[in-house]
Design a protein around this ligand. Structure first.
Ligand code: C2O
Ligand code: CU
Ligand code: CU
Length: 479
């Protein structure tokens, strides 16, 4: 089967929201797509790797004329790409060269909370630095890094604090799929911005409590990008790194592509698609086969009907590698009949957003769950189709499975591990959640303004055989 639709409920697309800002083609020359450099470790042994990660300010030539003031990680805008191998002991020095507090959140990494995870309880103050270390034990995945200080996550991400983080394992490295970063293994960080006077961004001028948007697509920090295709098959690691925008992706000629991974792992089986919708913070890895094209041809990637990347086809060698029918074994953990279903309710719009009827409070632990115990979470969106929105629901510190949507099957491309799932208005999505590491973890809507607006809560996972640890939690007042 080749799926030809976006799966999500059409009346729930963000295009129907009153505040929606459609994308427009920027009045700017085409630019080569920026490919963020891979971060090089400061030093490395067989077992350990040491890195420095600096949140910094800079300027970027995004449009002709004045440079735009931007923020980034080890770079003026967005960041360099980390690639971690599971099992390696990673040490990172986090440095804050901004004028305000920030945090370094590893969205999708299985690391302990709340300090290594880098949510709001792990501040790094201006001019200071901090050390973290972790060893990953999780499937290969495309994850990301972003700022997460409450309640200014959205503004810091808008300034540019977001970068891709790739996790490799031997299984994925041995699959017959593209692995050549920057050549046939390509990050695509999808964002949107509005440019004001002198090509600057103005978060406050554009503020919308339902999520800040702009009419100009920015891909890897490039406006109007093109990419030179020099291999028959290209693997794209696509991240919805926008504050609120959904991306409805499709290629010219309704070119078919194969999704091989979602947020937190490969899919159990590859899925053939012509259309793909991503909600905020979701990732998809797809393989596009350009076999039918010849040098000089172009292929366009669209979101809705707006071109966002142009692919220029060059000479390439034939690639007849065949994807296996089976990519990954998924072991769904057993749920004990005595374990209750946890209910999570996302409600409201604008300033009225809430989680379980409450606004986020950094000092309040909203729920607890023993490590190693699998529990169903029924996550509902009480918005209605009339002006409601899809809320992308994210949980830190876990790789969950999507079990059902309103009691029916999940979408065909959400059978792998995930950490973010779009919940339609009026829908209840059942996910299967297990924490393997103790800590305090946030869970929230990933429309970042909804999160900053309080549609967020936190859970403490704990080892039932030990005394409950007490974590030092930040307070809004201490920002
Ligand atoms: Cu992408 Cu709370 O995170
Ligand atoms: Cu996260
Ligand atoms: Cu939301």
């Amino acid at each position: 089967t080749v799926y030809q639709d976006y799966f999500f409920d059409e009346p729930a697309y963000n295009t129907h929201d009153g505040g929606y800002i459609p994308l427009e083609v920027a009045d700017a020359p085409a630019q080569p797509l920026a490919i963020p450099a891979l971060v090089q470790p400061d030093s490395e042994t067989d077992t350990d790797a040491y890195y420095t990660l600096t949140a910094q300010k800079g300027e970027t030539q995004l449009l002709p004329g004045a440079k735009t003031k931007t923020w980034g990680y080890n770079a003026p805008l967005l960041g360099t790409t980390f690639a971690f191998k599971v099992g390696k002991h990673i040490h990172i020095t986090l440095k804050n060269e901004l004028d305000e507090l920030t945090t370094f959140h590893w969205h999708g990494l299985a690391v302990s909370g709340p300090y290594v995870d880098g949510g709001c309880h792990a501040p790094v103050y201006p001019g200071e630095s901090k050390q973290i270390d972790f060893t990953l034990d999780q499937p290969a995945a495309t994850t990301w890094l972003h700022a997460h200080p409450c309640p200014s996550t959205a503004e810091q991400v808008w300034h540019g604090l977001a970068a891709m983080v790739i996790v490799h394992d031997d299984h994925e490295l041995n699959l017959p799929i593209p692995h050549d970063y920057g050549v046939d293994d390509i990050p695509l960080v999808l964002q949107d911005r509005r440019f004001h006077e002198d090509n600057q961004w103005d978060y406050h001028a554009d503020y919308d409590p339902d999520g800040v948007q702009g009419p100009t697509a920015m891909i890897n920090g490039t406006i109007n990008p093109y990419f030179d295709v020099t291999r028959q098959k290209i693997r794209f690691r696509i991240l919805d790194g926008a504050n609120r925008r959904e991306w409805r992706l499709h290629f010219s000629d309704d070119l078919e592509f194969t999704q091989i991974a979602s947020d937190s792992s490969l899919l159990p089986e590859p899925v053939q698609l012509t259309h793909l919708m991503l909600t905020c913070a979701e990732r998809a890895e797809i393989i596009v086969d350009f076999k039918g094209y010849k040098p000089g041809d172009t292929v366009t990637l669209y979101s809705d009907d707006v071109p966002i990347v142009t692919f220029k086809i060059h000479e390439f060698a034939a690639d007849d590698r065949v994807l296996p029918d089976h990519l990954l074994e998924i072991h769904a953990p057993k749920v004990l009949p005595t374990t209750p279903v946890r209910k999570v309710v996302m409600s409201g719009m604008d300033e009225a957003v809430a989680l379980d009827g409450k606004k986020f409070n950094m000092q309040r632990i909203d729920a607890t769950q023993p490590i190693g115990l699998a529990q169903y979470w029924d996550v509902s969106n009480t918005n209605t189709m009339h002006g409601g929105m899809v809320h992308p629901f994210h949980v830190h510190g876990t790789q969950f499975l999507v079990i059902s949507r309103n009691g029916g099957a999940p979408y065909p491309n959400e059978h792998g591990y995930k950490d973010t799932v779009g919940v339609n208005p009026g829908e209840t999505v059942r996910i299967l959640v297990r924490f393997d590491l103790p800590g305090v973890y946030m869970y929230h809507c990933h429309i970042i303004e909804h999160e900053d607006g309080g549609m967020m809560a936190q859970i403490q996972s704990y080892d039932p055989n030990r005394p409950m640890p007490k974590y030092k939690l930040m307070d809004m007042g201490t920002l």
